[in-house]
Design a protein around this ligand. Structure first.
Ligand SMILES: [Zn+2]
Length: 184
């Protein structure tokens, strides 16, 4: 548990509320513009990369799948006896597969620009943070929910976490670095 406490002390924590993003108007604006994502499976709408899709569930005896059928429809092909929990799992796995290469690409893009390196990174569900970083270990976590947000927001979070490799606190230097690299 000592490790956990240490981790908590060193992690950065952009929270999914726009009050906590300090001086960055751009970020406040983006967060403020986010449509609320309905998490319940019964919702007729789901968000993918900042766009809203109508959920269409199609019964199948074959392979279960998730796919964007067209510009407005997210299609789930499911066995009729699939439970709500299993359906949610299928959807979460799909979001994760969607997000992973995007995060990898953004890290590869920004590491040389910022002159930092990430030792390890991952994606996980987090209730109160868009991302975290452990500055000592050089490890960052990205919230799975970002698969639902715009690519610009995902990029902002990744850069935010990478900038913590330079400055761990949200101080003037941190804000100056963010503003320099992602100007308003
Ligand atoms: Zn932070």
């Amino acid at each position: 548990m000592g490790d956990l406490l240490r981790y908590r002390r060193t992690q950065c924590a952009p929270r999914p509320t726009f009050e906590s993003f300090g001086a960055s108007t751009r970020f406040r604006l983006q967060i403020g513009l986010f449509p609320r994502c309905e998490q319940s499976f019964g919702s007729p709408h789901h968000y993918v990369q900042g766009r809203r899709y109508r959920l269409d569930i199609v019964a199948t005896e074959g392979r279960q799948s998730v796919a964007l059928r067209d510009a407005s429809t997210l299609e789930l092909r499911l066995h009729p006896d699939t439970s709500a929990a299993e359906r949610e799992q299928l959807l979460q796995r799909w979001y994760r597969r969607l997000l992973r290469p995007q995060v990898a690409e953004l890290i590869a893009k920004w590491e040389p620009i910022l002159g930092v390196e990430v030792a390890d990174w991952g994606i996980k569900k987090m209730k109160t943070r868009w991302g975290t970083c452990n500055t000592e270990a050089g490890r960052i976590w990205i919230n799975l929910e970002l698969a639902k947000k715009s690519p610009a927001c995902l990029e902002y979070i990744v850069v935010h976490e990478l900038v913590h490799r330079i400055e761990r606190r949200h101080n003037d230097q941190f804000r100056e670095l963010m503003d320099r690299h992602l100007p308003q």
